[in-house]
Design a protein around this ligand. Structure first.
Ligand code: MG
Length: 282
């Protein structure tokens, strides 16, 4: 199944599921409320309402988690290598995932124009990522059980102000600017997605491919990420975990290619779809 949150012509937002080229509304106020239900309680909230044509609504970020978006840095070998090369450091692979977060206020909608300040940063960059949406409260999850706690998967662009990321040492500030976390366009459930470790991840800038990796190349698998993050730390339904980006990001290219006003960004993940956003830098 594919879960969305949509805005209708009256400006009201609703959760729903996609059926062909239409949406069937879910009666909970938000998709986060729906995800927080026990799986056997969820079905009662699927409405028999008339289908809403997809073309008549605007899709927004499918879920707004209750707290920061969790992210894994340097989770693809070639991206870790290009990052070390660009920084003039020796490549040293982490033994555990590098976790950081993005503020919830950074979340942006599919197809939205993302507006950033030229005065704040001159190094806006892109990172195409598969993200995981947690489906149930959990803690100390074993790797073998991790997939049972996944509600679904969606695409995410970890937009980063590289100069701020470096200047503040902790990555949080450079990763949390408003609108720097577009998410969507929908959440695909595990049964429809298949193996999450066999998905092509691509990024196109103005139609030109800049990143192309496969989730098989992750240093830490999704199961390992969920296991490590949940050790001694409760995960909540609706939590979003961005699983890292493949090689080809702007700052590590020769010469570096940072985002410019008017650029079209596309994150394409196999079996999910394409998350598109335009950049405005003023
Ligand atoms: Mg990232």
């Amino acid at each position: 199944m594919r879960f969305v949150t949509y805005r209708d012509r009256d400006g009201k937002t609703f959760p729903g599921t996609i059926e062909g080229s239409a949406i069937r509304r879910i009666a909970t106020p938000t998709l986060l409320d729906y995800i927080a239900l026990a799986p056997h309680e969820r079905i009662a909230w699927h409405t028999g309402d008339a289908l809403v044509p997809l073309e008549s609504v605007t899709l927004v970020a499918p879920v707004r988690p209750a707290r920061n978006v969790f992210c894994v840095g340097r989770n693809y070998l070639e991206h870790a290598r290009e990052g070390a090369r660009a920084a003039g450091r020796e490549l040293k692979l982490p033994e555990v995932p590098t976790f950081f977060t993005k503020a919830t206020t950074a979340i942006a909608d599919p197809d939205a124009t993302l507006t950033f300040s030229a005065a704040l940063s001159s190094e806006y960059d892109f990172e195409a990522e598969l993200s995981v949406v947690i489906g149930a409260r959990c803690r100390d999850v074993g790797e073998a059980d991790a997939h049972a706690f996944v509600f679904g998967y969606t695409a995410l662009n970890d937009v980063t102000a590289r100069d701020l990321q470096r200047a503040h040492l902790q990555w949080f500030k450079g990763k949390s600017l408003d609108q720097s976390c577009p998410l969507g366009p929908w959440i695909v459930t595990p049964d429809e997605l298949g193996d999450p470790q066999r998905l092509d991840v691509r990024f196109r800038l103005n139609g030109v491919e800049k990143q192309h990796g496969n989730t098989a190349q992750m240093i830490f698998s999704i199961a390992r990420i969920v296991a490590e993050l949940s050790r001694g730390m409760t995960l909540l339904p609706g939590d979003v975990i961005a699983t890292g980006t493949p090689e080809g990001v702007g700052f590590a290219r020769t010469p570096p290619e940072f985002l410019r006003d008017g650029d079209l960004m596309e994150v394409e993940i196999a079996r999910i779809g394409t998350l598109r956003n335009t950049i405005a830098i003023a």
